[in-house]
Design a binder for this molecule. Structure first.
Ligand code: SF4
Length: 319
């Protein structure tokens, strides 16, 4: 017997979709990507193979039972604990949802499989499609998304351009910002040129405000986000709540500072040693070091051409 609410979750309050009732159509965590910022956690099965992971009948039965208990949500959102276009029954699932509900249907996708005609045909059934594109070059794409080896950025962009040509519904493109990875003004200009070819109806600028698959994903400042939004033009909207961003920055800062102080308590270390020890990007460790130097909690000294950091008033190293 089917467990209650196996495939349906929410409604959740979504900044982009209002009261959104989620439909989860792939298992955790099957995905074409392994994004450093994923809130579901690390991808366990990285694949591009489409399969009927969940059958439409299983979903519709549960959805109908759930809709009976609820005021009408703003959207029924097809998503997953992974990439929903991996479900080969996606088109039939959307058609069957439409047959039992007049609520608009949104599809949250990473967009990587839209180069395939069958995936485009399925996605065309939704009222709103929300794909992601945030890398202007292959290196940045790999750094942020750690894709299945068969997927290139060029395929993703070509797929989105072709999808725009075929699809008459709304495309709301998410651009996820990782500080110092895709924030450089030249990278943002290149990304804008790509987005101009896709012609989304809206661009949603986003960043991490909750714990991510990798613990130290660098978060940009509000002014960086505003600068990027201005470059991307009037269709671009910042969907991050500034209060959430500040709270998350404080959370990250606290973690980083404490971790660095704990390592330095054991021995003076260079930037590289700290970054390796914390498995964190050097840029983020450097930012924390700068804060700690400024607040006087650590000092820097050069020894054999290398800069070592130590706790303020720390005695000689014990190692
Ligand atoms: S595409 Fe979505 S589900 Fe897949 S790893 Fe990225 S954020 Fe997570």
């Amino acid at each position: 017997m089917m467990a209650p609410h196996q495939y349906i979750f929410g409604p959740v309050a979504s900044r982009r979709l209002g009261r959104s009732l989620g439909v989860d159509i792939v298992p955790a965590k099957y995905c074409t990507l392994d994004c450093i910022f994923c809130e579901v956690g690390r991808t366990t099965v990285k694949t591009t193979e489409r399969r009927p992971y969940v059958l439409p009948g299983q979903i519709i039965q549960e959805l109908q039972a759930r809709l009976k208990d609820l005021p009408q949500p703003d959207y029924i959102t097809i998503t997953g604990s992974g990439e929903p276009t991996l479900n080969s029954g996606l088109g039939r699932i959307i058609t069957q949802i439409r047959a039992v509900s007049s609520t608009p249907i949104a599809l949250l996708t990473n967009g990587t499989l839209l180069y395939r005609p069958d995936v485009r045909q399925d996605a065309c059934q939704a009222d709103v499609v929300l794909p992601t594109l945030d890398a202007p070059d292959q290196q940045t794409f790999e750094l942020i998304h750690r894709p299945d080896p068969s997927i290139t950025l060029q395929m993703v962009v070509d797929g989105l351009i072709e999808f725009r040509r075929q699809y008459h519904g709304q495309i709301w493109l998410e651009v996820f910002v990782v500080d110092q990875v895709n924030t450089d003004p030249r990278k943002v200009e290149s990304l804008k040129a790509m987005i101009d070819r896709i012609r989304p109806d809206k661009i949603h600028l986003n960043t991490a405000v909750r714990p991510t698959a990798e613990p130290a994903v660098p978060v940009p400042s509000l002014s960086t986000l505003r600068r990027i939004a201005a470059t991307l033009g009037p269709a671009c909207e910042l969907i991050v709540d500034p209060g959430d961003l500040r709270a998350y920055q404080a959370y990250q800062k606290g973690l980083d500072d404490k971790s660095i102080l704990a390592l330095l308590q054991r021995r003076p270390s260079t930037l590289d040693q700290l970054a390796n020890g914390l498995a964190a990007p050097a840029s983020q460790v450097q930012a924390a070091i700068d804060r700690l130097l400024k607040s006087g909690q650590i000092t820097a000294e050069t020894w054999t051409d290398q800069v070592f950091y130590r706790l303020a008033q720390q005695g000689p190293s014990q190692t």
